[in-house]
Design a protein around this ligand. Sequence first.
Ligand SMILES: Nc1nc2c(c(=O)[nH]1)N[C@H]1C(S)=C(S)[C@@H](COP(=O)(O)O)O[C@H]1N2
Ligand SMILES: [Mo]
Length: 313
Amino acid sequence: MIIRSTPDHPIRSSDITPEGVYHDRRTFIKEAGFAGIGLAATLAGARRASAQQGGTSIGGAELKGELTPEEDVTSYNNFYEFGTGKDDPKPNAKNFRTKPWSVKVEGMVAKPATYNLEDFLKPHKLEDRIYRHRCVEAWSMVIPWMGFPMADLIKRVQPLGSAKYIQFTTALDPQQMPGVRFPVLDWPYVEGLRLDEAMHPLTMMVVGVYGKMLPNQNGAPLRHIVPWKYGFKSCKSIVSIKFTDQMPATAWSVATPDEYGFYANVNPTVDHPRWTQARERRIGELRRRETLMFNGYTQVASLYSGMDLRKNF
Ligand SMILES: Nc1nc2c(c(=O)[nH]1)N[C@H]1C(S)=C(S)[C@@H](COP(=O)(O)O)O[C@H]1N2
Ligand SMILES: [Mo]
């Protein structure tokens, strides 16, 4: 990844009140064709669940006070297909066409199919989740996503017993994506997960942020999120989901295998060859924070029991 040695992000004050976060939800539901689908966990519901579970709700309501302003979430982005600068994706992806959109489910699965986006989404119930987001470049945000558990999708398409991994592929359209003219990565951007990682209840398919449909720069119309891994593990603008028995190629581990591995779990004790991963700069803050093991999602530790996380970085 291209790293600048000095912080290049101005500190901004926010005009977003947490209470205002979800007011656009109705509009979103309408625009995305979700009319008639019951609204999933409300923030109040998440808060209740959080209280019951001692503050570790999967909805992340305990992070509500730490939300990164919407303006920052939607203008400070990594989406190299639209340029390598943090402020490139927003203007360059402005006219990216996400309608119509189809998603191909392929490989070792009982029900392979190419869905249009509406059919792909229709059976699923949307949830709000506030997650920490930790970029491998040692900055972080706290982001309110909207989506559904990836496990629900996996159960629906019925992977074969032989399937062990899932590979995700981003759209590739040189006409619309100025960044793919440069051989920064081996396009299209691909990512992958072990099937048990994909099935973990924290792993989400995401269609919205801040109560609205995903802006193009954040990976419209469909991306995934794995909150205990570095941000590059989450593939934007997904066009294909493939089940396989082989560990799939992933864009960054192909580009620089010594720097980026398949697992990419947030781990403050395993440094990047060129910089420390022990601390992070939360966008909007001056003092660096200590990075948490698994980005604070320690409930995933059992997925990696017996594995050397230095080797499997
Ligand atoms: N297709 C694609 N997906 C991508 C990337 C990219 O360049 N192309 N960048 C990744 C990185 S490095 C990060 S940190 C997150 C950023 O997501 P955000 O811009 O929504 O915060 O997207 C990830 N997914
Ligand atoms: Mo990243």
